[in-house]
Design a protein around this ligand. Structure first.
Ligand code: GLP
Length: 242
């Protein structure tokens, strides 16, 4: 299998991903979607909200599972991924809250929380479509370099580079959580189809490692080569490393 690649200008790239999500929901109104956070997906969520307002997509039966969550942030902390999803998508569309699944970063027992999340995902039938962003170091969700392909949802320690990259959202680096809960690479690869969006020069190396060469432990994104239905959507800058 070969990863498909589409290169477009920044706005068209976001619109293309939104259209893929809308098409999935049209084909299967109760689709299970895997969803990311970060700055890259924001224009996609804006587009989905516009489509919803125009009556072009209905989220009534859709079920969602987020990729990851910081450990230690309350759900109403503005940088928690729960707050991010509420702000950018869930509060603006007609998805019932009980159908939106997020890992609980405040759980006293991360292991059982992660196990229960995997079980819920299986019970809902698994992901039909997983929308991914990508870290500068090639992380998917919070699967940092040297994550293993057999790993499921679990608690991980964040690398300094990821904490630095994400510190732009916090008042200082020491405010960025040190740990997170994340779907594992195994969980990610279990989705029936995957669409990854990458924007900007900072992602060029990771995109190159995702699309070219062998699967390497240093580049978690490279495991996508082992999946048979992956589409990577990039702007010219993100594709410039190839
Ligand atoms: C975070 C998230 C990832 C996301 C990445 C890139 O660390 N855990 O899921 O893909 O950052 O974020 P951005 O789109 O802001 O570059």
């Amino acid at each position: 299998p070969q990863i498909k690649l589409v290169v477009a200008d920044t706005l068209s790239a976001a619109k293309a991903v939104a259209q893929i999500i809308a098409d999935q929901v049209k084909v299967k109104p109760n689709a299970v979607l895997g969803l990311p956070t970060g700055s890259t997906p924001i224009p996609v969520y804006e587009e989905l909200v516009k489509m919803y307002q125009a009556g072009l997509i209905d989220f009534e039966q859709v079920r969602t599972f987020n990729l990851d969550e910081y450990v230690g942030l309350k759900p109403d902390h503005p940088e928690s991924y729960a707050a991010f999803m509420a702000k950018h998508l869930f509060s603006k569309i007609n998805i019932p809250t009980c159908q939106t699944h997020l890992l609980d970063g405040l759980t006293p027992n991360p292991e059982s929380e992660c196990k229960a999340y995997e079980d819920r995902l299986v019970k809902e039938g698994g992901m039909d479509l997983l929308f991914l962003g990508i870290g500068e170091n090639g992380h998917l969700g919070f699967n940092e370099p040297f994550s293993q392909v057999g790993e499921g949802t679990r608690m991980v320690m964040l690398t300094v580079e990821t904490r630095l990259a994400n510190s732009r959202f916090f008042s200082a680096i020491d405010q960025v959580p040190t740990h997170a809960l994340t779907m594992g690479l195994r969980t990610i690869l279990s989705s029936k189809s995957i669409v990854l969006l990458a924007i900007g020069k900072k992602k060029a190396k990771a995109i190159k490692m995702c699309l070219e060469g062998e699967i390497k432990d240093e580049w978690p994104c490279s495991v996508l080569k082992g999946h048979e239905d992956v589409l990577v959507v990039c702007d010219g800058d993100a594709a410039s490393g190839m």
